[in-house]
Ligand binder design. Sequence first.
Ligand SMILES: Nc1nc2c(c(=O)[nH]1)N[C@H]1C(S)=C(S)[C@@H](COP(=O)(O)O)O[C@H]1N2
Ligand SMILES: [Mo]
Length: 525
Amino acid sequence: METSAPPPTPSQPITSSSTIRDAFAGLVAGFFGLGFAELVSSIAERTQSPVLDVGDRAVDLAPSPLKNLAIEWFGTNDKIALLLGVGATLAIGAMAIGVVARRSARTAWLAILAFAFLGSLASVTGRNPGPWWAIAPALLGGLATIAALRVLLRSWSPSNDGAATPARSTKERRVFLYSAGGFLATAAVLGGVGRRANNRFSASESRVAVGELRADLALQSPPTNIENGVAGVSDFFTPNAEFYRIDTALTVPQLRTDTWTLRITGLVDRPIELTYDELLELPLVESDITLSCVSNEVGGGLLGTARWLGVRLDDLLEQVGIQDTADQIVGKSSDGYTCGFPVAALDGRDALIAVAMNGEPLPLQHGFPARLIVPGLYGYVSATKWLTEINLTRFEDFDSYWVPRGWDAEAPIKTQSRIDTPKGLQKLSPGPTAIAGVAWAQTRGIDRVEVQIDGGEWTETTLAEELNDVTWRQWMLPWDATPGNHTIVVRATDRTGETQTEDRAAPMPNGATGHHKIVVLVDEA
Ligand SMILES: Nc1nc2c(c(=O)[nH]1)N[C@H]1C(S)=C(S)[C@@H](COP(=O)(O)O)O[C@H]1N2
Ligand SMILES: [Mo]
């Protein structure tokens, strides 16, 4: 490595190497500002890194086609992709500002303040706006960025480059690099301390403190014949750690049971507010329910089954008295997200204010301390996580979160089936094997599942025992695989007699349709 840069000619004071250095200075200053902002954000509970606030606004403002694309491309990693996008934008902006600062300091400072302003704006607007002083992290982060950039640019100024002796420019370069290293290290420390300090707002301890929750009306353990034992079929009960997660929350809302309350408001005779302990004093029931996401593509994994524990929504709403004019039940989340479904959906099905999932308090990601679960309705209209309010209203008066974004206001789950094994494009040995998977038609129940191989006759499969009509059902078909490529298609028929249509529809606006179809490759014998 060279020890000193070749001195640029005086007529060309800004060389490409000084451009790189200025861009680097911008990046370092940007990091420093972010670290500082993280530290400032840790001072209060209702402030967070401005990067997250900008990300949150991006989630809400992004046009639906873009969001669908993000889910299609990145699936449940869409949040990471978004944050990487925000980070990359900031990095490019910081480098550009570093370069501009050398020519026009004022332009650069204004650009930094513009970034800080956008960050501040994101912190005090949107679905879950912070208090006015939530502008502090972004604003102070911006000022810290300016300060750092000034120090860095001064430590190695190109106006000296031409005149400087090699020894002098080596010394300047060294001071610059030490300063940059100092800022980076300080940024890491401030950011790290800020992160840790923010952890004190975590709800993990509160969740641990809940301990074991028991049903007043416990269900039997499920019979074993709801599983057909074919290797590769989804477990009937989806372990919590594997349960899909879909929500608009970039950071998981942290609600502690000691401060959490649930309010029931709107068109009710006796509005109430319950604490966590008061909720747990109500009768707790268990129910096995398959939850499905409307964004699930045919053959996709955005659904899962759990044994939920909670308070019956119909009982509780009967106590508060639903007024005749109400036709929509809206669940509101602490982060401003909303789901809405018809009052008429309370037809005796086990709609729950759920507090536990598969034998443990709701995991933080799945809505701790309480969420709604309504069998038969897609999650986006019904399953509000981090629930803080249930509001009785009218469809004509209130659109829940996804409705203005182009999704249907009412969304019952469509009859669907999926091949779990073999996998698409799997290589198989010839001979006896099993084709198997799951089918679901919550509230109607699965009556029949058929498989078609290479366009032949539809063959009825063997269904595992049905647990209830709101959970999925396993199916299997023994198959003697012959060498060559084979196409396997599945379709289900629900108990209303309706067979799944083969017409392909995208998830938007009310759930995908079409048959799950795979191709497998069977070796020559
Ligand atoms: N607060 C909140 N609740 C929410 C959502 C959300 O974005 N925010 N998404 C809904 C959607 S679209 C689905 S499919 C389910 C998913 O629940 P899960 O993440 O526990 O599987 O939660 C629902 N509840
Ligand atoms: Mo969803």
